[in-house]
Design a protein around this ligand. Sequence first.
Ligand SMILES: [Zn+2]
Length: 258
Amino acid sequence: MAFSERYSRQIVFKEIGEEGQEKLRNSKVVVIGMGALGTVIANNLCRAGVGHLRLVDRDLVEISNLQRQTIYNERDVRHNLPKAVAAVQHLQKVNSEITLEPVVNDVNSGNMEKLMEGMDLVLDGTDNLETRFLINDACHKHNLPWIYGGALMSSGMTMNIIPGETPCIRCISPDLPGPGSYPTCSTAGVLGMITGIIASLESAEAMKILIGSPKVSKSLCMVDVWENNIYYLEVKKSPECPTCGQGHYDFLNKNKGS
Ligand SMILES: [Zn+2]
């Protein structure tokens, strides 16, 4: 195993070492959503040397994205580039030793399982609970870990969801809120600093999960950069949870094939 100058600063970190670096090189991760969270996650994992990154987003880069979606620029907006394509173009210049796979597509019950095929880990860069419930169903069904992350206004949260080990997202929130009952980033706003923090926490947990570290978090982490709070909350598995308690994949089975 050759010592790589590129990764020297994280290889000397004893929790990773050459063995951990080799595990990262052999890892495959899919990032669902290349917005504020996904761009930071993809950038972190690309630089850290995760061997294969599949980046999924259906949208084009817009001027309002540049405040927090840190890998895009004005040229991407002028050229109407899809986010997944722009992200790969930028990240290829950063690390040509890894595989970057853009997927310009919607994420739905019909393609979710295909999108995570062959992957070791799913990273949540989405902006809605329905897609997260879909990821939760598919990951529980295929026994694949995923990392939840979300941010709104000045606060955000993240949690590792490891089937059989941790609670899942529907243990915390069994049902979807009604349409319009919940503020969104476009109605209530979001700061680029909180998305950066939550995405970096997701990235660090991704590294730990991929190298098999015993330090993987089992808590729900909540941060507010305006109110000056960071909490780690213990969450319990719910026996009534539709997904991990009862094995119902309501969101994965919804409109399947349509
Ligand atoms: Zn559950």
